[in-house]
Design a binder for this molecule. Structure first.
Ligand code: ARG
Length: 270
């Protein structure tokens, strides 16, 4: 079984961390007096891009904008399925202007962008799988946005309630491994949502709190390789047991803002 896992090549959208900083606190990881080493952040981010390219993936970039320190977290700016772009409406006023720049990139690339009426933070909370869109709520994206996404994509949207402020976006507590299964940290979800996940994904890979606090669930899988935070060791070992190939990439500077590998990566699904 291990060698039967086949990667599917992806197209990713990213934003260079030239203006990355922690200047405000909108999640428990952020402390406005934190110093960010921008050179180290750039090196770590470049290593992620190199890892994607080395595994055959395509990477497009949105130009970074001064004064938007969280713009590096590309996942939050849209969800794209079947070439349909569902834009974002950020919860925090500090991040709202990011949408303009991402929308412009999509429009220039020939896409139409749907503007949601309700707060919605892109792939941070809307996680497409082969059959549904798994959708987080509780801290950022609203249930109204889930309804809008269902109407827009014509895909069943499964609402899941997040309960732990450290895992304020769905993509900090769950990621898609392949068309059959996912990995997640159950305690990040309300009891009912945990039951929903257990019913939909009886074979899911479950992670511990340590894995989750190490940003291990903020990973990107191509169906074979899993780009994962190196400190999520137990989870990486479990994934290897399931035949996946962990590719460790350290984005520790970005953890200071509450983000990791997946947060820095939006997938454009054609
Ligand atoms: N500082 C950013 C925020 O709190 C981090 C976003 C992380 N992105 C993600 N997809 N989880 O909005």
């Amino acid at each position: 079984m291990p060698d039967s896992r086949v990667p599917r090549l992806r197209r990713f959208l990213v934003c260079e961390p030239r203006h990355f900083a922690v200047q405000y606190a909108i999640n428990p990881w952020m402390h406005p007096d934190t110093r960010v080493d921008v050179d180290l952040a750039q090196e770590q981010w470049q290593a992620l891009i190199r890892a994607y390219l080395a595994h055959g993936h395509t990477v497009d970039t949105v130009p970074p904008v001064p004064g938007l320190p969280d713009m590096v977290f590309a996942a939050n700016s849209a969800v794209v399925v079947g070439g349909r772009v569902f834009g974002s409406l950020f919860h925090a006023p500090q991040r709202r202007p990011e949408s303009l720049h991402y929308d412009l990139w999509f429009k220039t690339a020939g896409y139409e962008v749907y503007r949601p009426e309700s707060v919605c933070e892109g792939e941070g909370d809307l996680v497409p799988t082969s059959r549904y869109v798994l959708a987080g709520t509780g801290f950022r994206t609203t249930r109204d946005a889930h309804r809008e996404a269902q109407e827009f994509f014509g895909l069943p949207v499964i609402s899941l309630t997040l309960v732990d402020p450290y895992f304020y976006h769905l993509d900090t507590a769950l990621f898609v491994l392949d068309e059959h299964t996912i990995a997640y940290y159950p305690e990040a979800f309300s009891p009912g949502s945990r039951e929903v996940l257990a019913r939909l994904y009886p074979d899911a890979v479950l992670a511990t709190r340590d894995d989750a606090m190490a940003f291990g669930l903020n990973s990107v899988s191509d169906g074979r390789h899993v780009f994962i935070a190196p400190r999520a060791e137990a989870l990486a070992a479990r994934l290897a047991d399931h035949g996946f190939v962990p590719v460790p990439v350290d984005l520790s500077e970005f953890h200071k803002a509450g983000g990791g590998i997946k947060c820095c990566t939006q997938e454009i699904r054609s």
